[in-house]
Design a binder for this molecule. Structure first.
Ligand SMILES: *Cc1c(COP(=O)(O)O)cnc(C)c1O
Length: 477
């Protein structure tokens, strides 16, 4: 018998694993259908591993134990929620991998209510007749952006795609070579335009595009598109036609102008501690764009959604578009967005939204929070660790304000490298998990992205990670 054959002979039978007493609870009743498939999967996986294996032949009992443990692990994971709560200690406010903006309590509560109860989602309670879903939410968005009307869709990618598809109707879409951008992994401007069925007409160069470049490319039926450079900056020998210049050109030539504003800023950036210079959605709309699109979960501070704002005739046309249904939002999204927009309408100063609150903290406030955290962490830190408060920068994130660094204060924990790395990893595997910054100087916690009530949770999480490390040392010794 070959080595491979003797190896594979030891693979446990699926039926034997299914009968293991430790899997009885997992395989009970109707669960057997899916949990049984996990057993089959794990046996298949084992076979694949053994085909590649070298080293001593493992016996059937040991392999059986491995399969049972793997099945319990995987089934356990499937029976828990798919996501773990994370304490964001990175200082990146709109952190796409951590879910971008957080909702304020009332908006989350509104989403919960419509998710669990019947509501007048598509009914006018006055007449009892069918009504357009989300009409009031869209009115709120239009009012806040100073637009004639608004439409809510799934995200900004969908907003841009639908807007261009509707206005260009398969004709040319004129776009600067400096704005054929990529956002995230899969949003690439030229591909989106291609998918609208229109033809991309590139004008200008990567660093310089003038109004004359657009002018030369304009033909009847063309749409002019301008895209915010959200996640990069072009510096040096540059030129760009402003939105106002493009609006004037489009008005003269009768071509529609679409602007992808990216983030969707509704409050002046200086109130958020960000440099002036970024336009508000209301400015973009007022400039004379036919349609402006933006995300709901970037600097707007809401949930995943796309807003299309602009002329009433166009928005009405979009609302009737046969593909609108393909990009429409769920009722919980509408309710959450409604809660966020209501917060903007209610606010007489900065609206009370977690993302805006995180951005607007002053260095003095951050210093105070960092000192409080440093004291609490210092009191628990094991021997060999030091804790200090140091100045540094946090970033907006979410592909917004790419080159803007906001002053912050970090709690910097220093220790031998191996301990830092082990702690960093343990923190990510706890519940709640902690995602912090590990850099050359140590493990850093930025208080900017922690809610006030998360400070003590963070200290507990570190204490727990340190306790695990200590227990390990004791066991080893
Ligand atoms: C973020 C961004 C998008 C994509 O928005 P989503 O809501 O994530 O689909 C499109 N365009 C610009 C300019 C952006 O900044």
């Amino acid at each position: 018998m070959t080595d491979l054959q003797s190896r594979l002979r030891e693979i446990p039978q699926v039926s034997a694993v299914l009968e293991d007493a430790r899997l009885v609870d997992l395989l009970a009743g109707r669960r057997r259908a899916w949990a049984g498939r996990i057993v089959q999967d794990e046996v298949d996986r084992l076979r694949a591993r053994l085909r590649e294996a070298t080293g001593p032949v493992e016996d059937r009992a040991a392999l059986h134990e491995q399969v049972v443990a793997a099945v319990r692990e995987r089934c356990g994971r499937l029976l828990r929620p798919a996501w773990t709560r994370v304490l964001n200690a990175t200082g990146v406010v709109i952190h796409t991998n951590l879910g971008r903006a957080n909702l304020p309590g009332p908006a989350a509560e509104a989403a919960r209510v419509v998710a669990t109860r019947y509501t007048d989602l598509e009914m006018d309670l006055g007449s009892g007749q069918r009504d357009h879903r989300g009409r009031l939410v869209e009115q709120k968005a239009a009012l806040l952006a100073g637009a004639e009307d608004a439409l809510v869709v799934n995200n900004n990618a969908a907003a841009l795609w639908l807007a261009v598809r509707y206005l260009a109707k398969g004709g040319p879409v004129v776009l600067s070579r400096g704005e054929i951008v990529a956002i995230g992994g899969s949003f690439r401007l030229h591909e989106i335009i291609h998918e609208t069925g229109s033809t991309l007409v590139e004008v200008g160069t990567t660093n310089r595009t003038t109004l004359a470049d657009y002018e030369r490319a304009l033909v009847p039926g063309a749409v002019v598109l301008k895209v915010h450079r959200s996640n990069f900056a072009v510096e040096g020998f540059t030129a760009e036609a402003s939105l106002a210049e493009l609006a004037a050109l489009c008005a003269r030539s009768g071509c529609p102008l679409v602007y992808d504003a990216g983030s969707g800023l509704l409050v002046p950036p200086v109130e958020l501690g960000l440099p002036a210079g970024e336009s508000l959605l209301a400015d973009d709309v007022a400039t004379g764009c036919d349609l402006v699109t933006c995300s709901g979960d970037k600097l707007l501070g809401g949930c995943q959604a796309g807003l299309i704002l602009g002329r009433a005739g166009h928005v009405a046309g979009l609302r009737e578009h046969p593909l609108r249904r393909a990009v429409r939002v769920d009722k919980t999204t509408l309710a959450a967005l409604d809660g966020v927009l209501t917060a903007y309408l209610e606010a007489t100063a900065l609206p009370d939204l977690p993302a805006l609150r995180a951005l607007a903290q002053s260095p003095a406030q951050l210093q105070e929070r960092a000192e409080r955290l440093a004291d609490a962490l210092g009191a628990q830190a094991p021997a060999g660790w030091s804790v200090a408060v140091v100045p540094d920068v946090s970033s907006v994130g979410g592909g917004t304000y790419a080159t803007c660094a906001m002053e912050t204060r970090l709690v910097l924990l220093a220790a031998p490298r191996a301990e830092l790395e082990a702690c960093h990893q343990r923190l990510r595997r706890q519940d709640p998990a902690v995602v912090a910054r590990l850099n050359q100087a140590g493990l850093a916690v930025d208080p900017r992205t922690l809610a006030d009530d998360e400070e003590s949770l963070l200290v507990d999480a570190f204490a727990c990670a340190w306790a695990v490390a200590k227990a390990k040392v004791v066991t080893r010794g």
